[in-house]
Design a protein around this ligand. Structure first.
Ligand code: CP3
Length: 350
C-alpha cells in the first residue's frame, strides 16, 4: 500500500482565476464569462436544440452537459454556467408552465390567492435528479474550470408566477406586494425555500460558485426592496453561507446595489447602466464586482468594443476583485467570434 498524498491542485477549480477574484484576490488575469454564454448565439447550440423544447432540454443531462461545455470550448471563458433556467425548479415541483421561444416563461394559471400556494410545494433534491446528474458530469468534464450554479431570486420568480409571463410593469406583482403583504410574504418564503434548495443541489453536486439572479428587481424603489424583497433574498444567500462564493445580480439595480451586496453577496453583479467605478463607490469598495459590458455594444465596430473592454478592466482594478462579464445576457444575434475576441482581449490585459 502506498501512503496517499494529495495530488497537485492543477485540477482544482478553487485555485482558478474566477474563484480568486471572487475571494478578493488578484489572479494572473481578469476572469471572464458571459451571462447566457450558452444559447442561441452559438450555431452548435441551435443545432443540438433542434427538435427538443427548452424545458425538455433542461431535464436531459447529456444535453445540459454538452450545451454547458460548448461556450467553454469555443471561447475559452474562465467559467461554465449550468445550462438550465430560473423556472426549472418551479416546473419540477409541478407548476404548469412552459418556456416559449422568443417570449420566455409562461405560467398557465397565474398566482393570485392564498389557495394558489398549494400549487407550490417545497423543492427536494428528488424533484431534480437531472440537475445532480448534469452537474456531476460537468464537474468531471471541466477539470480546473469552475462551474457556476444559479437560481432565480424570490422576487423575479414571483413576478413570473403572478404576472403569468414576462412583464414590463410588474403591476400584478406590485399590487399583491402592497395589497396583500401577508400573501406576498408567504409566496416569497416558499420561493426562497425552492431557490435555496435548488442552489444546494448544485453545490452538493460540485458547483464552485453560485449566482442569484434577481433580474427584474430593478423595477422597485429602495424602500419596497428592503421591506418586501431583501429578507427573502437574504435567506437564500445566507443558506449558501460560505460554502461557495455568491454573486447577486439584477438589471437596472444601481439604486439597490449596496443593499443587494449587503444581503449576503461576495460579488455584486453590475448591469451596463452603472459604471464599475460607481458600483465600487456605492458598495464602499467592500465587494468584488462582476460586469459590465453592454451586450448591445457587441454589435458595434471592434475598436469601440476594445475601448470599452479596456476601460472596464481598468475600472475593475479599483474593486477587491473583478470578474469580467456583460451587463446582461448575450443577445441571440451576437456574432460569437466577437465574444471569443473579447475573452482574448481581457486575458491579454492581465
Ligand atoms: O448560459 C447561461 O447563462 C445559462 C443558462 C440560462 C438560461 N436562462 C438559459 C435560457 C440562465 C442562467 C437563465 C436564467 C434566466 N431565465 C433568467 C435570469 C437571467 C436574465 O436573463 O436575467 C431569466 C429572467 C430567465 C427567464 C427566461 N428564460 C427568459 C427571459 C428567456 C428568454 C426567452 C427568449 O426566447 O428570448 C428564457 C429562455 C431561455 N433560457 C433560453 C435560454 C438559452 C432561450 C431558449 C431557447 O434557446 O429557445
Amino acid at each position: 500500500m502506498t501512503t496517499s498524498t494529495t495530488p497537485a491542485t492543477t485540477d482544482d477549480p478553487s485555485q482558478s482565476a474566477l474563484l480568486q477574484a471572487a475571494r478578493g484576490q488578484r489572479p494572473r488575469h481578469t476572469p471572464v464569462w458571459f451571462m447566457r454564454q450558452a444559447g442561441r448565439s452559438l450555431p452548435e447550440y441551435r443545432e443540438l436544440r433542434q427538435g427538443t423544447n427548452m424545458l425538455e432540454s433542461c431535464a436531459t443531462p447529456d444535453l445540459v452537459t454538452e450545451i454547458t461545455l460548448q461556450p467553454v470550448r469555443r471561447h475559452g471563458v474562465d467559467a461554465a454556467i449550468l445550462f438550465s433556467d430560473i423556472v426549472v425548479p418551479l416546473k419540477a415541483v409541478g407548476v404548469d408552465l412552459d418556456i416559449v421561444a422568443g417570449v420566455g416563461p409562461v405560467v398557465a394559471e397565474p398566482f393570485a390567492t392564498r389557495a394558489d400556494l398549494d400549487r407550490l410545494p417545497d423543492l427536494t433534491p428528488e424533484h431534480v435528479p437531472y440537475i445532480t446528474e448534469a452537474v456531476g458530469a460537468l464537474v468531471a468534464a471541466l477539470g480546473p474550470t469552475p462551474l457556476i450554479g444559479f437560481s432565480g431570486a424570490p422576487f423575479t420568480l414571483a413576478s413570473y408566477l403572478v404576472e403569468g409571463g414576462p412583464s414590463k410593469n410588474h403591476q400584478r406583482t406590485k399590487a399583491m406586494m402592497h395589497g396583500d403583504p401577508e400573501l406576498w410574504r408567504a409566496l416569497c418564503d416558499r420561493l426562497a425555500q425552492i431557490a435555496a434548495t435548488f442552489l444546494q443541489v448544485q453545490i452538493d453536486a460540485g458547483a464552485s460558485m453560485v449566482q442569484l439572479f434577481d433580474s427584474w428587481v430593478g423595477a422597485l424603489p429602495r424602500t419596497d426592496y428592503l421591506r418586501f424583497v431583501e429578507p427573502h433574498s437574504r435567506a437564500v444567500l445566507e443558506s449558501v453561507g460560505d460554502q461557495v462564493p455568491r454573486i447577486h445580480f439584477g438589471v437596472g439595480t444601481g439604486e439597490l446595489l449596496a443593499d443587494m451586496a449587503a444581503a449576503g453577496a461576495d460579488v455584486i453583479g453590475v448591469d451596463y447602466r452603472l459604471s464599475l467605478t460607481d458600483a465600487v463607490a456605492r458598495t464602499d469598495g467592500k465587494y468584488a464586482v462582476q460586469g459590465n459590458l453592454d451586450p448591445a455594444l457587441l454589435f458595434a465596430p471592434w475598436p469601440v468594443i476594445e475601448g470599452r473592454v479596456r476601460e472596464i478592466v481598468q475600472e475593475g482594478r479599483a474593486a477587491p476583485g473583478h470578474i469580467f462579464n456583460l451587463g446582461h445576457g448575450v443577445l441571440p444575434d451576437t456574432d460569437p467570434t466577437v465574444l471569443t475576441r473579447v475573452v482574448e482581449l481581457v486575458h491579454s490585459l492581465g
